[in-house]
Ligand binder design. Structure first.
Ligand code: PLP
Length: 386
């Protein structure tokens, strides 16, 4: 039996040829592809600047450093995300503060954000969960009222639209971060980027990507010659290679086609599953378009005679490699050791008990979609309460 993964990349001949060309060129890294990719990403996302980095986690890390998050600063984020969304705060010595999600969208609730603000709060990190834009304008208004920065983790939302502008265009965030991991919308194997419209953040991020070093003559304290550079911050080697940027440049023109296919699959799923009151799925808030990173189906606990675990294992037995996004971040043993306890965000915890991520990726065939739908229907029929 051939299995169906929950997500996978789509690499074609052109992608391979593009990477091969770089392999035969003088530069494997720090060559011409980096700036071309950075510009292309900025243009697509309608942002002034984009800085590619080694992965989405590195993007979040240096965005937090550029925001000057430091020891004792509190940063508010969502518990329903990948651990990187909160780990980046810990990297800087800050304290993640989890605000609960809304029941219908599973995105961070602006009302809960405001409740968690203290004199120590420095920033908010919203996540556009599953590709559905968070309530960006409301979050931005709260941030401005309390003089906080907004770093949007847009790892799920490349190509998503909010009030007719692309996510990442910077209307409602100081910086937005992307990931190009193979399960995301386009891939560079590992990879990520930071988007911003702010020149100061941009310059700082450029330095942090490469050891904190600048060679820009406008920014040097003195000039001893054309070899001269200065390390002005404690940065990292978070660069993306030329091979990877070339792959990204080859993937990017296909993004709209990928997004279209994701929308088609989600429409087919929604149509099939809306017939069953035992399950529910996410829906967008007004004036937004999702980038459909993942498809989550919620199996309403009170409607089933078995726990979610049994349903999950049944999918796996049938060769459908479903997943769960996400375990509330503060459930993780490391966070427990920091003192976080269950009960912190009841809606997030309730969601976690019921969620299963079904396969969703552009390369999915119609017969694979049909198989997922048929197995889901069988599962609903077999395990619901009578
Ligand atoms: C994928 C992802 C990241 C970053 O992941 P990398 O694997 O480091 O590229 C961060 N946040 C969220 C929500 C993600 O889904």
């Amino acid at each position: 039996m051939k299995t169906i993964p929950y997500a996978t990349q789509w690499i074609n001949r052109n992608d391979i040829l593009t990477v091969e060309k770089v392999l035969k060129s003088p530069f494997l890294t720090q060559g011409p592809m980096v700036e071309l990719f950075d510009r292309a990403i900025a243009k697509y996302c309608e942002a002034k600047y984009a800085v590619s980095v080694a992965n989405g986690t590195a993007a979040l890390h240096i965005a937090c450093l550029a925001a000057e998050i430091q020891t004792w600063d509190e940063v508010i984020t969502t518990p329903i995300s990948f651990v990187a969304s909160a780990n980046c705060i810990l990297y800087c010595g800050g304290k993640p503060v989890f605000a609960d999600v809304k029941e219908d969208t599973i995105n961070i609730d602006p009302v809960e954000i405001e409740k968690k603000i203290t004199s120590k709060t420095k920033a908010i990190i919203p996540v556009d969960f599953a590709g559905y834009p968070a309530e960006c304008q409301e979050i931005w208004q709260i941030a401005k009222r309390y003089k906080l920065l907004v770093i949007e983790d847009a790892s799920h939302a490349l190509g998503a639209v909010y009030q007719r502008k692309k996510i990442g265009s910077g209307g409602y965030a100081d910086m937005s971060t992307l990931s190009f991991h193979p399960v995301k919308h386009i891939t560079t194997a590992e990879g990520g980027a930071i988007l911003t419209n702010d020149t100061t953040f941009y310059k700082k991020i450029l330095r942090l990507r490469t050891h904190g070093i600048t060679r820009d003559s406008n920014d040097l304290s003195k000039n001893e010659g054309s070899w001269y550079y200065e390390m002005q911050d404690l940065g990292f080697n978070y660069r993306l290679t030329d091979m990877q940027c070339a792959l990204g440049l080859s993937q990017l023109p296909k993004l709209n086609k990928f997004l279209q296919r994701r929308r088609e699959i989600v429409a087919q799923y929604n149509k099939a599953f809306s017939r069953y009151e035992q399950v529910r799925f996410l829906s967008p808030i007004p004036q937004t378009q999702s980038a459909h990173h993942i498809y989550v189906l919620l199996f309403k606990r009170e409607k089933f005679s078995v726990p979610r675990k049994v349903i999950f294992e049944e999918y796996r037995r049938q060769g459908i490699l479903v997943n769960v996004h996400y375990i509330p971040i503060y459930y993780q043993p490391y966070y427990e050791r920091l003192g976080y306890r269950k009960g912190l965000c009841p809606k997030a915890e309730d969601y976690y008990e019921q969620a299963i991520t079904l396969p969703l990726y552009p390369k999915m065939t119609n017969s694979q979609i049909q198989r997922v739908i048929e197995i889901t229907e069988k599962i609903i029929t077999r395990y619901s309460k009578r």
